[in-house]
Design a protein around this ligand. Sequence first.
Ligand SMILES: Nc1ncnc2c1ncn2[C@@H]1O[C@H](COP(=O)(O)OP(=O)(O)OP(=O)(O)O)[C@@H](O)[C@H]1O
Ligand SMILES: [Mg+2]
Length: 339
Amino acid sequence: MRILSIETSCDETAISVVDALRGKFVVRSHIISSQIPKHVKYGGVVPEVAAREHVKNIIPTLYYALKKSKTKPKQIDLIAVTRGPGLMTSLAVGIQTAVGLAFGWKKPLVGVNHMEGHIYSNWVEHPTTKFPALHLVVSGGHTELVLMTGHGKYRLLGKTRDDAAGEAFDKVAKILNLPYPGGPSIQRAAEKGNPQAVDFPRPMMNAQGFEFSFAGLKTSVLYHVQKMKRVTPRQRADIAASFQQAVVDVLVAKTVRAATQYRVKSVFLAGGVAANKPLREQLAKAIKKELPRALFTIPPFKLCTDNATMIAVAGYFRYRRNGADNWQTLDADPNWELV
Ligand SMILES: Nc1ncnc2c1ncn2[C@@H]1O[C@H](COP(=O)(O)OP(=O)(O)OP(=O)(O)O)[C@@H](O)[C@H]1O
Ligand SMILES: [Mg+2]
């Protein structure tokens, strides 16, 4: 089955062509037209700018995705598109394009949850997975521990009460005058810093349950910086490294505890913050030590932040479970929570 997938929930216009072949996924094209340079000067994503950029970029992105994969419309078996969560006007561009193609080419269409896409980014390289699986989904808008007992069967163990981990990275980067997006900037600055230099709090790390909270940590960084007359590059690196370590400590501790309590067979990391190197390394080490028999995987870097390949894979499983959606009624659902 050949799947054309479209993702426009935030600031990336992404289109992929993916083959599902006997339980394996082969990525034929993976095109991302990133808007990051357009949003840098505002220090974050401006919804109106994002929607205009999607309108401008979506057809050229489609052209390259088809060209790179040498795909003719008649070879496509399914169109998958992100329905939500995300920015309403950005989602609408992808959905209307997908609806137009499904109508014109007479193809089945399936609407996909963006967070389910992040979860399924792990299936591209590991198509056979043992359940129950635990997912730590850490992105710009979400921080969740999700227990998955089968395809489409999710249970939310806990989520953030306030800021998402990625949001905290972005906000702390602003405090430190580091460029957007904050995650990669903090990681880069932290490479020259000492993660033990400042003893920032580890919010809710030892609290019962699996909820998170990162707003207080961000405020601690703000107060710490406000007390300083000026921040030298050395101090900036130390603050970035210490903040990053506090986030990683909390995420690792809670994930290991949840994996042990629910005796999972697989542990997956997903979402934009999964690109964070210390998080990848320290979580891998902790899982290996505490749950040596569990499968632990992290998507390759290019599948951590928003992309359409993950939407193709999630779309494939959703289509197999529920069949196609009706193109006449499919619309954006900006607040669609998976669980
Ligand atoms: N190396 C990194 N370290 C830490 N954070 C990172 C890194 N790379 C990206 N991020 C963060 O990941 C986030 C972007 O991830 P993603 O694209 O999945 O989020 P989103 O799509 O905006 O949100 P959501 O998926 O919740 O709707 C940003 O907050 C960014 O700072
Ligand atoms: Mg995302």
